[in-house]
Design a protein around this ligand. Structure first.
Ligand SMILES: NC(=O)c1ccc[n+]([C@@H]2O[C@H](COP(=O)([O-])OP(=O)(O)OC[C@H]3O[C@@H](n4cnc5c(N)ncnc54)[C@H](OP(=O)(O)O)[C@@H]3O)[C@@H](O)[C@H]2O)c1
Length: 294
């Protein structure tokens, strides 16, 4: 039995897709708002605000009927600009609610917590961060993710660190940046995209599929911290060009812009580039390459 907390978001909906495709498991899927969700006879949706201790406690009580839970905890307050503006509210969801919840959840076979490349900080000269490297986040979002990782680590559960993820939103009510790019380029509207900011980016579907592969093959030997990322160092501009080619529109619609030219766009500081090393993940899953596909 899978339990997905935060299942109606961008990553959650791709995880549901991959669990349905790759396993025979039933799924308990949790979010605050469960009005517009994917319905399937194997998915049981439960509305629960995990930052409300009463609701979280009662939900964990109901989950005691299940054994061998495979848990993915996605619920987060994670827009870096909003976290910078409302750090206490963000901490309540990102750290306090997480800690309260996992302290009450029983019968866990394994629990995976998606963290972010933002915990590492800036990559200098194309350096690819390894899981054992020190953490130097440059904003409050990254620092709160470090705190959340510590809670998970000291509980003995698993952290996976994701890069920038992109793909069409599977939610009928929420557009992803991908959808905005498609809308603009298809209507002939240009998009400015960074040329000098690199990430080890992945498509949401690949990112979700790799996590489910890890969980299906779970044993205590799976490293407690793992980077899940692609082989290539890609700028948003590179991704924009790939999307223009896929849509069959002119590459000229993707306008190059540098990070220095973007002064004032973001409230929270961003690392210019953050690249991650994926050798441990490849060794665990026996993979030769992990490509970015659109
Ligand atoms: N997307 C990326 O590129 C990326 C990269 C690295 C790491 N991550 C991490 O992956 C996780 C999921 O990201 P995402 O992109 O899928 O975000 P998302 O689309 O915002 O999904 C977050 C989910 O959490 C739920 N949620 C938020 N607060 C909640 C609460 N108090 N109680 C219950 N559910 C709550 C949301 O549903 P409701 O609003 O309906 O409650 C939603 O289902 C986050 O931890 C994020 O930091 C994402």
């Amino acid at each position: 039995m899978y339990l997905i907390i935060g299942a109606n978001g961008f990553l959650g909906t791709y995880l549901l897709k991959n669990i349905l495709e790759k396993t025979e498991d039933e799924i308990v899927a949790v979010a605050r708002n469960i009005e517009h969700v994917r319905n399937d006879k194997r998915i049981k949706w439960v509305g629960c605000d995990i930052s409300d201790h009463g609701q979280a406690q009662s939900f964990c009580g109901e989950m005691k009927q299940y054994r061998e839970l495979k848990v993915i905890f996605l619920a987060a307050y994670h827009n870096p600009d909003l976290v910078e503006k409302n750090p206490e509210l963000a901490w309540n969801v990102n750290v306090t609610a997480l800690s309260y919840f996992i302290n009450r959840l029983e019968h866990v076979k394994c629990l995976f917590y998606p963290s972010t490349d933002s915990v590492y900080g800036n990559s200098v000269d194309g350096y690819r961060y390894r899981e054992s490297d020190g953490l130097h986040p440059v904003n409050t979002y990254g620092r709160q993710k470090c705190a959340a990782e510590s809670v998970i680590k000291w509980y003995g559960y698993n952290v996976v660190r994701y890069p920038f993820l992109i793909a069409p939103s599977l939610s009928p009510v929420k557009k992803h940046f991908y959808d905005v790019i498609v809308e603009n380029l298809s209507s002939g509207r240009p998009m400015e995209m960074f040329t000098d900011s690199y990430r080890s980016s992945l498509n949401f579907d690949t990112a979700a599929g790799l996590l489910i592969d890890l969980m299906e093959g779970y044993s205590e030997s799976v490293p407690k911290i793992l980077n899940i990322c692609g082989d290539e160092a890609l700028s948003k501009y590179d991704i924009g060009l790939l999307m223009a080619d896929k849509l069959g529109v002119s590459r000229e619609l993707v306008r190059p812009i540098t990070v220095a030219e973007s002064e004032g766009i973001f409230d929270a500081k961003r690392a210019q580039s953050t690249l991650m090393d994926n050798r441990q993940l490849k060794a665990v899953l026996g993979l030769q390459q992990i490509r970015f596909v659109l």
